[in-house]
Write a protein that binds this ligand. Structure first.
Ligand SMILES: [Zn+2]
Ligand SMILES: [Zn+2]
Ligand SMILES: [Zn+2]
Length: 143
């Protein structure tokens, strides 16, 4: 008799996004589940230093293509990755503001703060928008 394989929440999430839950993908997904802050490629490379880097890059690419992660250009010159919220299809309507702390360099998604529709000239279409608010996070703001 075939043994029933119990899928955990992370595996279910990947399958729901049409992504085959391989070992590496589960690890990366677990990592992003734990933190709501964005991670730079450097942070990810350090965290997964024991893993094959090519597999890591491929996993990130797959996650971005399947709307599991989105990339953030916070102006620091380093691309960051953050988890998409439930139901995100990375369409212009899903674009939101980001906050970049100038002290601790953390970047967080302000998913409640959607980027308002921008009136574009005729026949222009929007595919990307970068809205980054910079300042000090609650940990770094003077009390
Ligand atoms: Zn998204
Ligand atoms: Zn901070
Ligand atoms: Zn975000």
């Amino acid at each position: 008799m075939k043994k029933e394989i119990e899928l955990n929440a992370v595996e279910k999430k990947l399958i729901a996004k049409n992504v085959n839950p391989t070992a590496m993908r589960i690890l990366v997904m677990n990592y992003f589940q734990k933190s709501s802050n964005a991670s730079s490629l450097r942070q990810l490379e350090e965290h997964f230093e024991k893993s094959d880097m090519t597999t890591l890059y491929r996993t990130l690419k797959t996650f971005v293509e399947h709307n599991i992660l989105h990339t953030i250009d916070d102006g620091s010159g380093i691309m960051k990755y953050a988890r998409c919220i439930e139901g995100c299809v990375c369409a212009p309507d899903d674009l939101h503001y980001h906050f970049h702390c100038l002290s601790c360099k953390e970047t967080i998604c302000l998913t409640e703060q959607r980027i308002p529709k921008v009136q574009l000239p005729e026949n222009f279409t929007m595919s990307e928008a970068n809205m980054v608010v910079k300042g000090n996070c609650s940990n770094c703001s003077p009390k």
